[in-house]
Design a protein around this ligand. Structure first.
Ligand code: ATP
Length: 949
């Protein structure tokens, strides 16, 4: 016979927060249990389910799901299901089938274990108390989800992640300039969403060539273990939806566009978040949207959260850019013409924002801001700024609030975040080296063709295998490598055939094995080539890439970039330079362009160099200038008309200055403001730096690892190696399933340079698992101690009781933000007086010593009645706190959610970028949170019996 019957009530031994569960189904292999309070389902193996049957007996008081109480006098069983019969709280006789029991019933595990003689160590009890306090602190920390990543604390990234992550189902375009850390920002947002329970299922769609880089980056920086889906992997699940077989998946855009059946499965697989990297590939026009665009459009329509990443949002034209904004927010971005018009109106808002940066506002500025923000709350803040006696901190906060309101109510920035090198600072300089070469005879025919594409890659015209021998650019390359021995050079050229030929010729001429990195290699081969190049000691001095090397890859350890040919689009030029010009670059970047004088190559080089000034810094107006002058430029490629060429350069330069100035005055300033507000960003950095202090975590870890029987070897002053001890507790601690164990550090600077070490923070999966197991399991929930004191007569009994107030709620409500696990401590004397306020935990616990277990058991046995009644007293006292805690939680929820709801409704009137779904979701969340808080209950977490001597 099966041990579980549908309808029976059981509790989880491993996760007692889940409340009472109901058996849904059971067969020989598995049992499925629904826990209605948090709305979660668990499937366990029938043989080893960590479940305990809930069966009350005569005398017990039980609560119905309607809230009334029954004092049980009889229990009836029919086909394995129990019905309790007894006295209703209103005095009449009543029946309560077990299916009608409250889902929130709690169990006195601590009392049961103590009274049945399962007595724990004193230090375990101490650890439990510390763990409960820590859990409360972490749940309330505003930086939850941001502190656990292996990354330097870069303000703009933390700011974006924090802003975006706190939104309901965030849908944004992360458009920082190349190499400023969009992948890291996306990872932080995902980490925060996953940790807080707001997301559980995530799909990341990237160009094929970047799949592994994402996989590695998510794991090493965020401890997020994604599954990589290629065709073979997806084909492993015939007859099933392959995308439902894992929660976190990375796949290539090509996989979805080339295999419609897999695309359909992905669309049907219900994601919480979709991330699309290099989103500029999603080309769109009204008449011919690309397959890639349509593929993502279908996924985006079915997914709550959407992150699009691109450094060059306008690379394929403004209409494609607009179409991507529409993916994010179809209600807001429905009219391209109106969108273009709006872009012209940002200057007054940008000016108001800047005025608020100053200590004082002129009357004119105040009037302008007042006109932009007529709402009452803004007027009060403006009035405060006029008061000469107002405190500086208040004024600073008022200015920051007004800036937020301006951006919220008028900006475009809600969906678009863009940081630039100008605002982020600290990047190395870029230096251009032009290497003019004479056209060799073999290329004369190619250069007579008046086409830019042909002139940029003359070796491709009437292709000869030995073209390198005759190409002066190759000979220049040999010289360059000779002169820069010991440095790393990244070479990018347009095509795979050129890359392969260069690699081969280098090998033949110099013996240098320079890997060619191109689309003809498998993903694994490409990653190997990139990893070999990165090897400082043994790797080759140069990597030769076709255009696919110019996107997304991290090559900032190289200091020379050779543009063997120039790309025909300025955004692609910026992408190429961005391989070296990115966070982590230690040297000024040397950009080398070997080119043939008097050809289209020179015209394009001059145009990029003089017209766009695109080599020394990114050119914000590049896309617009290319759209405006691109055709003229191509038509002049073979022109010998020097005046016409100079005219083109001059016209481009002038237009660039105008466009850049206009963008700087309007759009860019708004975008930059929205992308990072320095004051708030610095506060985040400071809060995380504070949390980074290694001592509290290390001290806690030492005790916790000792309790679980994990060995610690100190391998250096900043690192430990952990291995399973001989008597390690049977637990699911990640990374300790084999004897080898792993090494870790709690220090961020060390973790940034030592990738072989795990970076332990309070958010690391191992630390969380340890913490969860301590809280959810019973270990340390009781102790019996001796208190040597002259202040009290020998044999006096004291009871130290830990109680917590918690509620079960679906994870996505993030209930801990409002009602963090609250721990109360009582120290009761035999008369039930609470001495806890007078005698702190910290002062008492060092004075306690252990009692032999047999003696401890005798003490418990002898004092059983007193202990029972004191535990009841402590529970009563804790229950007295319940209304206050619940009220504080409701107030906190109101103070956090209500203004957000009101703000979003008000914003919706002035700024159509707010989606209706966000308002509705917030309203529902508000109600659900209020309901969950009402269901908060007291749990006895620990009991320590103390006898004096
Ligand atoms: N906070 C950080 N700490 C340490 N390294 C970082 C941090 N942010 C980014 N990096 C590193 O800087 C490089 C660029 O970051 P990332 O790849 O996220 O930029 P990106 O904006 O996505 O680049 P691209 O525009 O080329 O796609 C990467 O090597 C990344 O690991």
């Amino acid at each position: 016979m099966l041990p579980y019957i549908p309808g029976q009530r059981w509790i989880s031994d491993a996760e007692n927060d889940l409340g009472l569960g109901t058996i849904l189904t059971c067969d020989m292999r598995s049992v499925t249990v629904l826990f209605p309070a948090p709305g979660e389902t668990r499937v366990y193996s029938t043989k080893s389910a960590p479940l305990t049957r809930v069966a009350f007996g005569a005398g017990d008081q039980v609560e119905s799901h309607e809230g009334w109480l029954l004092t049980v006098s009889e229990v009836e069983e029919q086909q394995g299901l129990l019905t309790y019969i007894g006295l209703h709280s209103d005095g009449r006789l009543a029946e309560l089938p077990e299916s009608h029991l409250s889902n929130h019933i709690r169990f006195q595990k601590a009392k049961d274990r103590l009274l049945t003689g399962q007595i724990d160590r004193n230090d375990w009890f101490n650890l439990r108390y510390q763990t409960l306090l820590n859990a409360g602190q972490q749940a309330t920390a505003p930086i939850q989800g941001l502190s656990g990543a292996r990354m330097a604390l870069i303000p703009h990234q933390l700011y974006i992640a924090n802003t975006v992550a706190s939104r309901y189902a965030p849908r944004v375009l992360l458009a920082d300039e190349v190499g400023l850390g969009k992948t890291v920002e996306a990872g932080l947002i995902l980490h925060q969403q996953l940790l807080s329970g707001r997301a559980e299922r995530v799909l990341i769609v990237v160009p094929e060539s970047l799949q592994n880089q994402w996989l590695v980056e998510m794991l090493r920086r965020f401890n997020l273990q994604f599954s990589l889906y290629d065709y073979e992997r997806a084909a492993q699940y015939p007859g099933q939806n392959a995308f439902e077989q894992a929660q976190l998946i990375i796949c290539s855009l090509e996989l979805l566009t080339d295999h419609p059946e897999l695309h359909q499965q992905a669309v049907a697989a219900q994601w919480d978040m979709l991330v699309v990297d290099e989103a500029h590939h999603l080309e769109w026009s009204e008449t011919a949207p690309s397959a890639a665009y349509q593929c993502i459009e279908a996924l985006a329509a079915e997914t709550g959260g959407l992150l699009l990443l691109t450094a060059t949002p306008e690379q394929l034209g403004k209409s494609s850019h607009f179409a991507r904004l529409r993916l994010l927010d179809p209600e807001r971005y429905n009219d391209f013409a109106q969108f273009e018009q709006e872009e012209q109106q940002y200057q007054p808002i940008a000016e108001a924002l800047e005025a608020l940066d100053q200590d004082t506002l002129s009357a004119k500025q105040t009037k302008a801001i007042s006109a932009l923000l007529p709402e009452t709350d803004a007027q009060a803040l403006l009035a405060l700024l006029q008061q000469s006696d107002a405190d500086e901190a208040q004024k600073l906060s008022a200015r920051s609030q007004l800036q937020s309101q301006l951006l919220d109510r008028h900006g475009t920035g809600r969906v678009l975040f863009r940081n630039t090198r100008d605002t982020v600072k600290g990047f190395k300089a870029r230096q251009l080296h032009r290497h003019a070469l004479e056209v060799p005879e073999v290329y004369e025919v190619a250069f007579s063709v008046p086409e830019l594409a042909t002139q940029l890659t003359p070796e491709q015209y009437e292709y000869q295998n030995d073209w390198c021998d005759h190409d002066p650019r190759f000979h220049w390359l040999l010289d360059h490598l000779e002169q820069n021995k010991g440095d790393k050079t990244l070479l990018i050229c347009h095509s795979a055939t050129s890359a392969m030929a260069l690699s081969e010729a280098l090998k033949v001429d110099t013996g240098i094995h320079a890997p060619a990195f191109h689309e003809g290699l498998s993903i694994l081969e490409r990653d190997r080539a990139a990893a070999w190049f990165a090897d400082h000691e043994a790797g080759p001095p140069v990597l030769i890439c076709s255009e696919i090397g110019s996107e997304g890859r991290n090559f900032q350890f190289a200091r020379h970039l050779v543009l063997f040919d120039l790309p025909a689009n300025p955004d692609l030029l910026e992408q190429r330079i961005g391989r070296l010009d990115r966070i982590g670059q230690q040297h000024d970047i040397q950009i080398h362009v070997p080119y043939f004088e008097g050809t289209g190559q020179q015209v394009l080089l001059d145009w990029y160099d003089q017209g766009l000034a695109a080599f020394t810094a990114p050119c914000p107006a590049a896309s617009a200038l290319f759209a405006e002058f691109g055709d003229l430029l191509k038509s002049q490629i073979s022109s010998a008309d020097i005046d016409a060429l100079q005219g083109l350069m001059q016209a481009t330069t002038e237009r660039r200055e105008v466009l850049n100035a206009a963008m700087h005055a309007g759009r860019d300033r708004l975008l930059e403001r929205n992308a990072c507000r320095p004051y708030e960003a610095q506060q985040l950095v400071a809060a995380i730096a504070e949390q980074d202090q290694p001592e509290p975590l290390q001290n806690w870890l030492e005790s916790a690892l000792d309790m679980f029987g994990v060995n610690i070897d100190e391998t250096s002053s900043s690192s430990w190696h952990l291995t399973p001890g001989e008597h390690m507790m049977n637990s699911d601690l990640p990374g300790l399933d084999d004897e080898e164990g792993f090494s870790m550090t709690t220090q961020r600077p060390v973790a940034l340079v030592r990738e072989d070490l795990q970076f332990f923070t309070w958010e690391h999966p191992f630390v969380r698992a340890l913490q969860d197991q301590i809280i959810a399991g019973g270990l340390g929930n009781n102790a019996v101690s001796l208190f040597k004191t002259k202040a009290l007569p020998e044999g006096t009994l004291l009871l130290e009781v830990l109680a917590s107030i918690r509620c079960s709620a679906p994870k996505h409500l993030h209930i801990g933000r409002y009602l963090p696990p609250t721990t109360l401590r009582f120290l009761l004397d035999v008369r039930g007086n609470d001495l806890g306020a007078k005698v702190s935990f910290e002062s008492l616990s060092p004075k306690l010593s252990k009692l032999k277990r047999a003696i401890a058991r005798d003490v418990v046995k002898l004092r059983q009645e007193q202990i029972r009644s004191l535990v009841d007293k402590a529970e009563e006292l804790a229950n007295d706190h319940l209304p206050t805690v619940v009220e504080a939680a409701q107030l906190k929820m109101q103070s956090l959610l209500y203004p957000e709801l009101e703000r979003i409704k008000a914003l919706k009137e002035v700024n159509p970028s707010i989606r209706e779904i966000e308002v509705r979701a917030l309203e529902l969340e508000y109600l659900a949170v209020a309901q969950a808080i009402e269901n908060a209950r007291v749990y006895i977490e620990g009991i320590r019996v103390i006898v004096t001597n």
